[in-house]
Design a protein around this ligand. Structure first.
Ligand code: 5RP
Length: 227
C-alpha cells in the first residue's frame, strides 16, 4: 500500500471509531497519526452537543483535543474510563500489539490498564503474521547506556532512539526510548518476561492481552474484530 492509501485508511478508521462513543462516557484518547483523525472527528461531535470527558495519553493529544474544545481530565482525576481508543504499530494473529512508535506507550499503557474496554484502530498494513516492528522500551536516562549493553548481551538488538539531529529522543515523562530490533518477533510473551525484571526499564511497548475490539480499515470498508 502506498502512503496516500495508508493515510486515507487512517482517516477513515479514525472517523469510524467515534461512532462507538456515547453520551456521558469517559474516553481514553490515544496518540499518533491515526488518532489525530479520531480526535478531529470527536471534536466535531463535542461541538454539536456530545457530552464526554477525555483522558489524553500524550502532551500532543492533550493539546490537540483542548484546541477542539474536548473536556479533558488526567487519569488521576477520573474514577473510571469507559473506553480507550488508540492506534497501534502492529497487531499479530493472536491480537497482541506493539505500541510506542510515537514514544507515548507509557502513558498509553497506564490509561489502557485503567480502562474498562480498549479499542485499537488501524489501517490494514498494521496486521501481521509475526511482528517485524522494533519494540520500544521506555528507560530512565540514568544508566541507559549500561542497559543498552545489557540488552545487546541478551541478543535483543537494542538501539537508543535518536532524532534526526542525533539527540536522544525524550518522552513526555523525560525518559529515553530503546528500540529492540527483533525481526521476526514470534514470542512476545517471552520477551515481556525477559524485560519486566530489568532495572531501569519503565515500560515496554508490548501490549499483551489488552484489547477488546480492533477496527481494521480495508479499502472496501472497516472490519470489526471482537477479541
Ligand atoms: C504512539 C503509538 C501509536 O498508537 C502508534 O505509534 C501508531 O501510530 P500511527 O497511528 O501514527 O501509525 O503507540 O506511541
Amino acid at each position: 500500500m502506498d502512503s496516500e492509501a495508508i493515510k486515507h485508511q487512517k482517516a477513515q478508521v479514525g472517523q469510524e471509531a467515534v461512532q462507538y462513543i456515547e453520551d456521558g462516557m469517559v474516553i481514553g484518547i490515544g496518540s499518533g497519526s491515526t488518532m489525530w483523525y479520531m480526535v478531529e472527528a470527536l471534536g466535531k461531535r463535542v461541538q454539536t452537543g456530545l457530552n464526554i470527558i477525555g483522558v489524553p495519553t500524550s502532551h500532543a493529544t492533550r493539546k490537540h483535543a483542548a484546541q477542539l474544545g474536548i473536556p479533558l481530565k488526567t487519569v488521576d482525576e477520573v474514577d473510571h474510563i469507559d473506553l480507550t481508543i488508540d492506534g497501534a504499530d502492529q497487531i499479530d494473529v493472536q491480537y497482541q500489539g506493539i505500541k510506542g512508535g510515537g514514544a507515548s506507550h507509557l502513558m498509553e499503557k497506564i490509561v489502557a490498564t485503567n480502562s474498562t474496554k480498549n479499542m485499537w484502530i488501524v489501517d490494514e498494513s498494521k496486521m501481521v503474521e509475526a511482528f517485524n516492528y522494533p519494540v520500544p522500551v521506555e528507560v530512565i536516562p540514568y544508566g541507559s547506556r549500561q542497559l543498552e549493553r545489557r540488552l545487546a548481551q541478551m541478543d535483543l538488538h537494542p538501539r537508543l532512539r535518536k532524532n534526526p539531529a542525533g539527540e536522544f529522543v525524550t518522552t513526555d515523562s523525560n525518559n529515553y526510548i530503546i528500540d529492540l530490533y527483533l525481526d521476526p518477533l514470534t514470542d512476545p510473551i517471552r520477551l515481556a518476561n525477559q524485560l519486566n525484571p530489568l532495572v531501569g526499564i519503565i515500560e515496554h511497548g508490548l501490549f499483551l492481552n489488552m484489547v477488546n475490539t480492533i477496527i481494521v480499515q480495508h479499502e472496501q470498508g472497516p472490519e470489526v474484530i471482537n477479541v
